[in-house]
Write a protein that binds this ligand. Structure first.
Ligand SMILES: [Zn+2]
Length: 458
């Protein structure tokens, strides 16, 4: 049925003429809270008792006498317009996803033995794009001459991440390789490093949140944390290479929809990785696909044994960013910390690298408010889009992603209080000098959002 036919049907049920252009139809889900799009995508509810939709009819040309009523009608009209807009966006996203699925079907599965998962994975559009970029060569100047105050600020969590173009962020990451002495130690050709970073950059999607600037933020925060805590002096060059490369690769080709969506929608990624951290596994796989190409393989001059070790630890760090593992990682790190963290123990050092990657990934609130606040809007935008798509597809939704249930303040108070502070306070027991440059800004952010929340509820 077309949307017009569905509308006609609903009009007939409500005994109003579907020719009347001033009739507004609103269809609510069984909870009575969410508006449903009137069209071909209404999820079926025929078989469930007590799961009926509620249809509300309004006359748009009704002229109310009192200002309060005018306001109410205008608000309702605006709500309808917003729903129409949302439905359009959702439809576009669904079409995009279908398009991607069909590309996979035609580009990969049709010509690939079904049991050959690795060649199947390599035919995914993202990985095809990686290959094309690897052949592009150099598109931006190889050497950026950043003034000394920039390279100094780069070592601090207060660094302003918003004022740089993509090519400049690539240059700043090159600066980190240089400063850590990794270029000489691992015999990395500068052009290759540049090509690797360009390639990684273009393998990030233009999501509201999970984009290349987020990748840069995470990498820069890791670099900043290492410097303010002085732990960079305790880590060897291989561990710094692991951290830098893991941060650069940690969200590669993120589709803007989280693991819960991948699993519930039974996407290609969930299928390939059997519902186990589909996104994080994919990020790591894209990273090592880039590194497989000789043009972009910055690890080419490592010995076989070193490569194996570096690869293992990079994968560990990227997989550790799945928040489903948060409790487990925190508990293990807590055990080490309570027994007195032992830098001589390889297992403890490896876990430390994973924890530093995790901290960096969720570190926006360590930054000054002007720098961090726009990220909250971006993340909510990404969440809301996912939640809208889930509703349209009849999939389960999470309350923290629902535009009708979450505000910026409520989201932040919960996340900072229950996730960030326990993590960073634990890390502060192992790494020195966290209080002033790292923990205090987080507490300040918590106070700010608590204030905002109080203002909202009063
Ligand atoms: Zn991330």
């Amino acid at each position: 049925m077309s949307a017009a036919e569905v509308r006609s049907l609903l009009c007939a049920a409500a005994d109003v003429s579907d020719q009347a252009r001033d009739v507004l139809l609103k269809l609510y889900d069984p909870t009575g809270e969410a508006l449903l799009p009137i069209g071909a995508n209404i999820p079926p509810n025929t078989n469930a008792d007590g799961e009926q939709y509620r249809l509300v009819i309004k006359r748009a040309n009704y002229v109310p006498q009192r200002p309060q009523e005018v306001k109410q009608v205008v608000e309702e009209l605006n709500a309808v317009a917003a729903v129409v807009q949302n439905v359009k966006q959702i439809k576009q996203r669904v079409d995009d996803i279908k398009q991607e699925a069909s590309e996979i079907q035609h580009g990969g599965l049709a010509h690939t033995p079904a049991d050959d998962i690795s060649s199947h994975a390599q035919t995914r559009p993202a990985i095809r794009r990686v290959r094309q970029v690897a052949n592009l060569g150099i598109e931006a100047p190889l050497v950026h001459n950043f003034p000394p105050e920039v390279t100094e600020n780069l070592k601090h969590p207060t660094f302003d991440v918003w004022q740089w173009e993509d090519s400049e962020m690539v240059g700043l990451v090159e600066q980190m390789f240089q400063e850590f002495g990794l270029i000489d130690e691992f015999n990395i050709e500068r052009e290759k490093l540049h090509r690797f970073l360009q390639c990684a950059r273009s393998s990030y999607n233009k999501n509201p949140f999970h984009n290349f600037r987020h990748c840069f933020c995470v990498t820069q925060m890791m670099y900043g944390l290492l410097h303010v805590t002085g732990v960079h002096e305790k880590l060897n060059k291989m561990e710094k290479l692991v951290l830098l490369t893991a941060c650069i690769g940690h969200d590669l080709d993120h589709p803007g929809f989280n693991n819960a969506y991948q699993i519930n929608a039974n996407t290609e990624l969930a299928l390939i990785y059997n519902d186990v951290s589909p996104l994080e596994n994919h990020h790591a796989a894209v990273l090592f696909t880039i590194l497989k190409s000789p043009e972009t393989n910055i690890l080419a001059n490592l010995s076989d044994a070193d490569y194996k070790e570096v690869r293992k630890q990079i994968i560990q760090c990227i997989l550790a960013t799945d928040m489903a593992k948060h409790g487990d990682i925190l508990a293990r790190f807590k055990q080490y910390s309570e027994a007195g963290f032992n830098f001589e123990d390889p297992a403890q050092r490896q876990l430390l690298l994973q924890v530093i990657t995790k901290c960096s990934d969720i570190s926006n609130e360590v930054r000054p408010k002007e720098v961090s606040e726009p990220w909250v809007d971006s993340l909510l935008e990404e969440f809301f889009t996912q939640s809208d798509v889930e509703k349209a597809q009849g999939l389960p939704t999470a309350p923290f992603m629902d535009r009708q249930k979450v505000t910026k303040a409520s989201a932040q108070v919960g996340f900072i209080g229950f996730v960030m502070i326990p993590l960073f306070e634990l890390v502060a027991k192992v790494l020195p000098n966290m209080e002033e440059p790292v923990i205090q800004p987080i507490r300040k952010a918590l106070d700010y959002y608590k204030g905002l929340l109080e203002k909202q509820s009063s």
